[in-house]
Design a protein around this ligand. Structure first.
Ligand code: SF4
Ligand code: SF4
Length: 416
């Protein structure tokens, strides 16, 4: 059934120089600009339960994944890590670099930075306050400048449609490698305008970036936990540069996605790990679909990053303009129920079309939890219960392992 249009969102074209596009938003999908938030709750959870990066909080399973990766994945990840390391190291010190010119007050820096970023190839560029409430505890002293330039680089379309696959992983990690280098170039440019620029590497995030991208009007949070950007949905690979350049902030936009996801539900239905909660809940001040990490991670690790929730999202596949036009014209979700959108192949298990899901037994989902030392203590307790008090050499070995982790730290940087 056709829908009434509430409003039209105008966005820049997909590539630099492309014409603007109009996205229709149906009346029955409207909620609020961005997503529903309770600002007091965001502040409360940030203060009382600050977040730390999964690279640290989930370090035990991030180490475990290497034991179940395919040989090809192990080889490729080592390659990717070797490419990313110098980019991460270079980004880490960018906040210390001084501008190389004196600011010219007659220059519109917002427009200059946006244009330069689009020329470099970023598909989405927006400006907002860097919201410190989301900063990971280990990065709180690192952040130097108040304004966030939100930048999204498109991951290759064709390779993405083949996931789960190594080819899609090449696109995924390859995009981050390109993005890491482009960010350094853009920061250099901002310094030539007379301002500081600190690069937040996409492989060493300072915070969950999606809330700031939503504030900057660059998309909406999808049920799959990813930013759904207008042109390429969740193929947007996200990074931030913070700066003291006097930029003008963008505004959040109601794309209709918050409600559309509850109509669509394709990623929820197609997730092989049944990891996405169907109904939205309030979580740390935002209304969203929660993802169960422990149901997702074992699938991701064993099946080339999985990301079926990305592949089966119609916004990723067809773009927001086409999906929303189809919804307004028919009241239906473009591609829902088709093999084209919903079908995928899991290596060793076969093809799964609409309505079919692979089965995994309970042991499949048993993975190490928490930080590395927490997981060691967990194993120690189990051994104690099963075999009694360990021998002195065993106790010494255990103590050495714990000490090694505490001295070295948990960080598994690069495993985004
Ligand atoms: S990555 Fe795979 S297992 Fe994880 S939420 Fe997405 S579809 Fe589900
Ligand atoms: S698949 Fe549907 S429900 Fe899931 S994120 Fe995309 S639009 Fe939302």
């Amino acid at each position: 059934m056709a829908k009434t249009v509430s409003h039209v969102v105008k966005r820049p074209g997909r590539r630099y120089g492309d014409a603007d596009v109009d996205i229709l938003v149906a009346e029955d999908l409207t909620t609020v600009p961005g997503i529903p938030m309770r600002e007091n709750d965001v502040s409360f959870y940030s203060r009382v339960y600050p977040q730390e990066t999964q690279n640290i909080e989930k370090a035990a399973d991030r180490e475990w994944v290497w034991t179940v990766y395919s040989e090809e994945m192990v080889e490729y990840r080592h390659y990717h890590d070797s490419v990313s390391k110098p980019l991460i190291d270079a980004a880490a010190v960018t906040g210390e670099l001084e501008p190389v010119a004196t600011p010219d007050p007659s220059v519109d820096v917002t427009s200059a930075i946006r244009t330069k970023a689009r020329e470099l190839g970023f598909g989405e560029v927006g400006f907002t306050q860097y919201d410190k409430r989301y900063t990971y505890t280990g990065k709180r002293r690192w952040i130097k400048y108040p304004h966030a330039i939100c930048l999204a680089l498109e991951q290759n379309y064709v390779q993405t449609q083949s996931l789960p696959s190594m080819d899609a992983e090449f696109a995924h990690f390859g995009t981050y490698e390109i993005e890491g280098a482009l960010l350094l170039d853009l920061a250099d440019y901002i310094r030539t305008l007379g301002y500081h620029a600190q690069v937040h590497s996409p492989n060493d995030n300072s915070a969950p970036y999606i809330p700031m991208f939503v504030s900057a009007g660059l998309g909406s949070l999808g049920a799959n936990g990813q930013l759904l950007s207008p042109h390429f949905g969740s193929r947007a690979r996200l990074a931030i540069i913070t700066t003291d350049a006097p930029v003008n902030y963008d505004e959040p936009v109601d794309y209709g996605i918050h409600k559309f996801c509850q109509v669509c539900q394709v990623c929820v239905n197609r997730c092989p790990g049944r990891a996405i909660i169907r109904d939205k809940v309030w979580w740390r001040g935002a209304e969203k679909n929660k993802l169960i990490y422990e149901r997702c991670r074992p699938v991701m690790a064993r099946y080339e990053g999985c990301a079926v929730c990305m592949k089966t999202c119609p916004i990723q596949r067809f773009g927001m303009k086409e999906v929303m036009e189809h919804y307004v014209a028919t009241g239906e979700v473009l591609g829902k129920g088709t093999h084209l959108l919903e079908g995928y192949t899991i290596e060793g298990k076969g093809y799964f079309g609409p309505g079919d899901l692979p089965m995994f037994d309970r042991a499949f989902f048993e993975i190490p939890h928490g930080r590395k030392e927490e997981w060691l203590f967990e194993q120690f307790k189990e051994k104690l219960m099963a075999e009694g008090v360990p021998s002195e050499p065993e106790l010494k070995e255990f103590a050495q392992k714990v000490r090694g982790i505490l001295v070295k730290g948990n960080s598994t940087i690069g495993d985004e």
